[in-house]
Design a protein around this ligand. Sequence first.
Ligand SMILES: [Zn+2]
Length: 153
Amino acid sequence: MAERKRCIRCGKRAVRPRRAKGRTTPYRTMPCLPIPEALALPECGYCRNLSIPDDETTLRALHESYVASLRERVELAIVTLHDVRSLRKIERLLGVSQGYLSKLRAGTSNPSPELTLLLGLLASSPKLMLRRADAFWALPADGCLNLAMRSAL
Ligand SMILES: [Zn+2]
């Protein structure tokens, strides 16, 4: 059996690689990214302190989990928005190329965190937020924020 390492939190010699369900870690834009269950990470058996090493396997697994979460969020947002408006009209509103939202919905393309957040915010209240977005683009630049907020109420 491999020697257990000393825990940086409690000082006990109880740290060994462990796999577990339900673990999360802050990662890029997400405060609670799910850690893949199959990923073995150094954890203290005494105080449960979890370390996230920066080796290639760990970084790749966390990145894959992050991208999967972006894809899932964007697919849900697009399905919700599509109940209210055609994808082509939403693509025009966002200034993205024709067919891009279909690709994201089908999971054949990876969304950026920026677009994921924008679609998520629009989908949080689709009719209201799409009206605000329409007004934002329709109004002159010097009054677009205040007027778009007012016109959508
Ligand atoms: Zn510990």
